[in-house]
Write a protein that binds this ligand. Structure first.
Ligand code: FAD
Length: 106
């Protein structure tokens, strides 16, 4: 089975970076594709218990794909929900650009 921690770090990197570079004014097609990407994760994410938690979380908190700022904030909150569930520190959601767009990455 995949290494759940490494898979998680790689997936968060992809998702937060995709959100950071998502347009502030997405076309209907871009919105639809982002929604499809997010909604596909509960069936495709290769960690079944993670995927099942995510499915419940997405139902409770539908994605906001209206623009880059809203999407980045929504995703930060979803990542914080996972952080909280795993007993990790919450991330300051005013710092998503600094971490995923403007600043140096790790
Ligand atoms: P990660 O949580 O992977 O974070 C990587 C980096 O992102 C951090 O170093 C930090 O710079 C930044 N960051 C942290 N929080 C935020 C935030 N809120 N917003 C923006 N940036 C942030 N693991 C399990 O054991 N059980 C699960 O049920 C589970 N569910 C998951 C569901 C999803 C959708 C994903 C993508 C991952 C899931 N994981 C799960 C993996 C888990 O979230 C972590 O990726 C993994 O434990 C490694 O954690 P980490 O401490 O290295 O940092």
């Amino acid at each position: 089975p995949p290494d759940v921690e490494q898979l998680g770090r790689a997936t968060w990197t992809f998702l937060h970076t995709a959100a950071a570079y998502y347009p502030e004014r997405p076309t209907p097609n871009q919105r639809a594709n982002m929604l499809n990407l997010l909604h596909s994760l509960p069936t495709l994410y290769p960690c079944s218990h993670c995927a099942s938690h995510l499915g419940d979380n997405l139902k409770e908190h539908p994605p906001d794909v209206s623009g880059k700022a809203a999407l980045s904030h929504w995703l930060c909150q979803r990542h914080n929900d996972v952080n909280e569930r795993l007993g990790k520190e919450r991330f300051d959601c005013t710092k998503t650009d600094e971490r995923w767009k403007d600043g140096p990455s790790d």
